[in-house]
Design a binder for this molecule. Structure first.
Ligand code: FCB
Length: 454
């Protein structure tokens, strides 16, 4: 898979290309609330109105104005830059604005978007829950009320029935691990709770909802590929102290393992308490992995709100603009090796970095892809890579302070800004690989690592 030669014996500068498997999916990922704009009956829109919830009081507003039709120009951009797939999510709150009402116009719009991808020769992947629900669901107790399992199944039935002519690749729930921690432990997502017991209850309901959705989808579309997208973080003990090792292990079990393990063997291992959810067994056709960075963990009795643990990055790591993400490409390989234990193919459903100046993004992306290439060559089944994100979008409680797009966005004018990473990623997608030329051009600082001189 690797073609490498010496350009000239004199300079001994290697060149070549790390090729990915044929048919590899290359795309970007987005989420309804982050890109659509004007999303009225939604938990996040309500959350944004509450004082102090979002950095600087930012609001999603028009977001990237996809609901106003700007998905067309963004899909054009994706197609023109050789992406062959796109992962988007649909908003439950639009499709079912009230318990007894389905909005056929909203479904039509999503049909149009998916047809828009197909006509651009891009494979759609649809996420059914990405961090937000209709307000009426929240009013019934949201994910704390077990009734949500039936409600979610009904929404999935309605949506998949309508959209299945255009899509057969489904993500039931995006990052149940991040959702549960952010909404029920840290309290930074709605409903803003800080209660471990509730967090565990919500996790159980999410597993049950996933399992139901899996069967609903397969009944409607036997050939469907259904999975969830997990956020993987490697937790590294900060010191040799046993408490730090213990904390790292507990975090790994609860954050990384809990959801996909239960789908494999039905055992819900919440460390203090084990339980069984037998109906979850065998409900994943693939594992979606969102990988951004690993964490260092240090036990701290004085941090009950953070589950007695400080998380951070090692001192010498390269950090993103706001210090939110560290460049640790080895974690990408680690996430795939970890994911392989579940015995299904994997798809990298998210990876990227916040970087308005596009200083780190080319290097971050190419180094992560190189790490991915290496594990794929170790025979780990990975079918695709979705970069987060296509264009800057509304970053949840961090508002507009973090810019993850290949394209930048001027929030006031809706103008798109072509960052160098657009062309870097276009080259990767077109080549179906990482060439020495692309590294030399966009991230020369990574050259020695990716194409070492002999
Ligand atoms: C992930 C989310 C996604 C986006 C990226 C930066 O945790 O799934 O919506 O916010 O982080």
């Amino acid at each position: 898979m690797m073609a490498m030669m010496n350009e000239s014996t004199e300079s001994k500068t290697p060149y070549g290309t790390y090729y990915f498997p044929e048919g590899f999916l290359w795309g970007t990922a987005t989420a309804a609330h982050q890109v659509e704009g004007r999303n009225p009956n939604n938990t996040w829109t309500a959350w944004e109105q509450e004082e102090g919830r979002i950095v600087n009081g930012h609001k999603s507003g028009l977001a990237c104005d996809w609901w106003g039709g700007r998905w067309r120009e963004d899909f054009d951009r994706a197609q023109a830059t050789h992406q062959n797939a796109h992962r988007l999510s649909i908003a439950w709150s639009r499709i079912q604005p009230a318990p007894d009402r389905w909005d056929e116009d909203a479904l039509d719009r999503y049909r149009e978007m998916l047809r828009g991808l197909r006509s651009r020769k891009m494979t759609p992947m649809v996420t059914l829950h990405h961090f937000s629900e209709p307000l009426w669901v929240a009013e019934m107790g949201g994910w704390e009320n077990e009734a949500v399992v039936d409600l979610f199944a009904a929404f999935v039935h309605k949506s998949v029935e309508a959209l299945q002519p255009y899509c057969d690749l489904w993500v039931t729930i995006n990052e149940p691990d991040v959702f549960v921690v952010s909404a029920y432990v840290e309290g930074v997502f709605p409903p803003g709770k800080q209660d471990l017991k509730t967090a565990m209850l919500v996790m159980r309901h999410m597993i049950k909802a996933h399992a139901r959705a899996y069967h609903v989808i397969h009944e409607l579309q036997p050939e469907a590929q259904v999975g969830a997208a997990l956020h993987y973080r490697g937790f590294k003990p900060a010191t040799f102290l046993p408490v730090d090792h213990w904390a790292a292990k507990v975090f790994h079990t609860l954050f990384n393992d809990l959801f996909p393990r239960t789908l494999k063997d039905g055992v819900f291992n919440a460390v203090m308490k084990k339980d069984r959810i037998p109906e979850a067994i065998g409900t994943q056709d693939f594992l979606g992995i969102n990988y951004y960075a690993n964490d260092t963990v240090r036990f701290d009795l004085l941090a009950p709100k953070e589950m007695f643990v400080h998380r951070g990055y090692p001192k010498d790591t390269l950090l993103s603009e706001n210090g939110f993400i560290a460049n640790q490409p080895e974690g990408m390989a680690e996430s795939v090796r970890w994911g392989s234990q579940f015995g299904v193919p994997m798809i990298i459903t998210e990876n990227g970095v916040e970087d308005s100046e596009d200083e780190l993004r080319p290097r971050y992306t190419l180094e992560h892809l190189h790490a991915l290439w290496r594990v794929i060559n170790g025979n780990y089944p990975v079918r695709g890579y979705f970069h987060w994100s296509l264009v800057d979008n509304f970053e949840w409680e961090r508002g507009w302070t973090q810019r993850f797009g290949l394209w930048g966005l001027n929030v006031d004018t809706q103008a798109r800004i072509r960052r160098p990473s657009v062309d870097m990623y276009a080259d990767v997608c077109k080549t179906n690989g990482i060439s020495s030329e692309v590294v030399r051009k966009y991230a020369p600082e990574a050259m020695d690592k990716l194409f070492p001189k002999n």
